[in-house]
Design a protein around this ligand. Structure first.
Ligand code: NIG
Ligand code: FE
Length: 419
């Protein structure tokens, strides 16, 4: 700390100012606040000022202090990107299942035959905390290279206490040792483990009576997530788990309506979940109820792309008043990518979102999706000095020129971490 950085003369400085209290909806998702010839002044890890270069420099020069100057001429400056839904911590990969799916097997067939989430869980149970840390650390480096400065990370590849805990402890280690901030979610209800196959209700009880209280006692997570899906957890089971978590202070998230319509969006609204994620098969009634309840829809077009499924209707959700955020869903089965910029391209091309809405969805709305709207997600005085500079002159070009990593410089907590 103690460093001063000036990012000067951006051809577009996109601040997303004015939405720290609540996520943006509808037309509001296009309110980016774009400053031409923009400059950001960061001091001691925090944003001190942002505006037109001449205005910021007048104040800066009056103070007569030294700063590192970053030339952003011809470039786009945005808040550090936020990924609000990942399964970051896991062992192994599943390219052989990819091959099976290309030959016609479905994601759920593979999972029901003991592969899928179960395959990753077997490997994750065997890996040490250090091994999980090392693999995720390398993935986080890749996230950073794509402009991402905060990542949500779920457990869920144990479905038994020791492994769930090991994953969440690895997340803590990563939060300490990697520049990216990690926000943790407990997802013990990711699949019903083999030894509970004949008595799934007992597994739900075990999560509620044993795991959730320990998560809270040991301070391992802030959010509680369930895979509510046909053949996984029913809506009534998801409700029990999420309500029990809420009583203990864990905010509810839900993998909803991913493969089949299953009342997931409706349940998220009923529970006042902070987010409902996926929503490929959400019903119109569910979308309406999410809008009324203010549940953020976290859309994961990388998963639809990789599972060769129909994309979520992002356009309809925004037009219906649902606040939308975007994420990679980074995981070894349904979305093995860390490229949030690719997700942004897909959101435009496959979900009918505009480039402006997409920027909102990976900054301020993504911050709200992890309960961090006041700290990150916009370039405003007092917020964390998390900034990404892209080597394109305007935000539209970022969406238009796809398949290329345009990241130029990343600043995290006021320190240059990628250049
Ligand atoms: O969000 N759907 C459930 N969970 C993940 C996939 C996890 C896996 O296949 O390993 C998802 O798509
Ligand atoms: Fe997921």
């Amino acid at each position: 700390m103690g460093d001063t950085i000036l990012i000067r003369n951006a051809s577009q400085l996109v601040t997303l100012k004015g939405s720290s209290e609540a996520p943006l909806t509808g037309q509001g998702m296009s309110n980016l606040e774009i400053i031409e010839n923009g400059t950001v002044w960061i001091k001691d890890g925090v944003i001190k000022a942002a505006g037109r270069d001449e205005q910021i420099m007048a104040d800066y020069e009056a103070g007569n202090e030294a700063a590192e100057i970053i030339d952003a001429r011809g470039r786009l400056v945005v808040p550090g990107l936020i990924d609000p839904h990942t399964h970051l911590i896991h062992a192994g990969s599943r390219e052989e299942e990819f091959n099976m799916r290309l030959s016609g097997a479905t994601y759920m067939d593979i999972m029901n035959a003991g592969g899928g989430i179960h395959a990753t869980a077997s490997k994750t149970r065997m890996a040490s905390r250090e091994e999980l840390f090392r693999k995720a650390f390398a993935n986080l480096n890749e996230f950073l290279l794509h402009g991402v400065t905060t990542v949500e990370a779920k457990s869920g590849y144990g479905m038994e206490w020791e492994t769930e805990k090991k994953q969440l402890l690895a997340a803590k280690d990563l939060n300490e040792h990697h520049p990216i901030d990690i926000i943790s979610t407990f997802m013990g209800a990711h699949a019903v483990p083999a030894d509970y196959k004949e008595r799934p209700e007992e597994f739900v009880d075990h999560i509620i009576d044993y795991m959730l209280p320990k998560i809270v006692e040991e301070g391992l997570a802030e959010f509680n997530d369930v895979f509510c899906e046909q053949g996984v957890f029913r809506p009534d089971q998801a409700r029990r788990i999420l309500e029990a978590g809420k009583k203990l202070g864990l905010k509810a998230k839900i993998h909803a309506d991913e493969i089949e319509p299953y009342q997931g969006a409706e349940l998220a609204a009923e529970l006042g979940a902070i987010t409902a994620d996926h929503l490929l098969k959400a019903t119109d009634a569910g979308i309406k109820r999410m809008a009324e309840a203010g549940v953020i829809g976290v859309l994961l077009p990388g998963t639809a792309f990789f599972l060769m499924a129909e994309f979520a209707n992002g356009r309809k959700m925004i037009d219906s008043g649902v606040p939308v955020a975007l994420s990679t869903d980074f995981n070894p089965g349904s979305s093995p990518t860390v490229s949030l910029p690719l997700i942004m391209n897909l959101a435009c091309l496959k979900m009918g979102m505009t480039p402006a809405e997409v920027i909102t969805a990976v900054t301020i709305n993504a911050a709200h999706a992890i309960g961090r709207g006041k700290e990150i997600g916009s370039i405003e005085i007092g917020k964390k000095g998390d900034i990404t500079i892209f080597n394109v002159p305007n935000y539209m070009k970022l969406q238009y020129s796809f398949g290329v990593n345009h990241t130029h410089t990343v600043i995290k907590n006021g320190r240059v971490v990628v250049r």
